[in-house]
Design a protein around this ligand. Structure first.
Ligand code: ADP
Length: 266
């Protein structure tokens, strides 16, 4: 995509962003980007102005989930102008995928190149006024996370939401994530268990394909709040794959109770 200069009356960077929340996961494929998107849509539904900063170099998938494709990114005096998903400008998105010629290329980049890009990217987006900025990070705990934190200036980060699947809990990936938060002084706002059981579309019975409840146990063990569980939903994955709006699928679901708990602690 092309990068163009545009004069916009957006104020720079994070000056007018009230809350910054990181979304973390121990490994890829657990639904971190899906949950980030759901949280953003639920916050917007609750009347908040929301931004998503998609820093997942390994797979910037949020533009696809929000059906914005790969738009041209414009620059104003105070930085990159985010892409708005609606006319009311209530949901702003900036994805590292917008700035990369070939998103698959980053996989072969060395650490310093990745961290340099993240550093520039995190501090150079002209968000304007936002209630909450959700940051979709790469999976794991890497130099890239430290680069995100350094450039968000730690005191601006309100905390992190950890996404896990029931089976990932036992692998220790989430525990490492918790240790990372403790060491870097990031408050854990809570844990969400995704892909927690499968609700049969025919009889509505929930089958626990993987063991269930690991997220809740882990929350207890680590003194974190358990924000809820989201079941595997074939309709959700179909909507995501086909770029359809999936807001109606979770209007009554966990994500709403999760955001209300998070909102209370912010
Ligand atoms: P991550 O960001 O952790 O790598 P994604 O959010 O990209 O994971 O999700 C990985 C895949 O799993 C996607 O194809 C997504 O559609 C699917 N997925 C995630 N959560 C669910 C769910 N609760 N029900 C059905 N499919 C899901």
């Amino acid at each position: 995509p092309q990068i163009q200069n545009m004069d916009q009356s957006n104020d720079g960077s994070l000056a007018q962003v009230r809350h910054v929340v990181l979304v973390l996961s121990g490994k890829g494929g657990v639904g971190k980007s899906t949950i980030t998107t759901e949280l953003a849509l639920a916050l917007r539904h609750a009347g908040k102005k929301v931004g998503i900063l998609d820093v997942d170099l390994c797979g910037p998938s949020i533009p696809r989930m929000l059906s914005v494709g790969r738009p041209d990114v414009h620059q104003c005096d105070s930085g990159w102008v985010p892409v708005y998903t609606d006319a009311q400008k209530s949901l702003a998105l900036m994805s590292i995928g917008f700035l990369m010629e070939d998103p698959d290329e980053a996989v072969v980049w060395r650490g310093p190149k990745k961290t340099a890009l993240i550093a520039q990217f995190v501090s150079d987006v002209a968000w304007g006024e936002l209630d909450v900025l959700l940051v979709d990070t790469p999976p794991g705990t890497s130099d890239e996370h430290l680069a995100v934190l350094e450039n968000l200036k730690k005191h601006r980060v309100d905390g992190a939401v950890l996404v896990t699947t029931p089976q990932a809990v036992s692998t220790g990936d989430v525990r490492r994530e918790i240790t990372f938060c403790k060491k870097t002084g990031v408050r854990i706002l809570g844990i969400i268990e995704n892909m927690s059981g499968f609700v049969c579309p025919h009889c509505s019975e929930c089958s626990n394909i993987f063991s269930r409840g690991g997220g809740e146990e882990l929350a207890k063990l680590t003194g974190s709040e358990f924000l809820g569980s989201v079941p595997l939903d074939p309709q959700l994955s179909r909507c995501i794959e086909e770029g359809e709006d999936f807001t109606q699928l979770f209007s009554e679901s966990t994500t709403f109770s999760a955001i209300s708990s998070i909102s209370q602690t912010l």
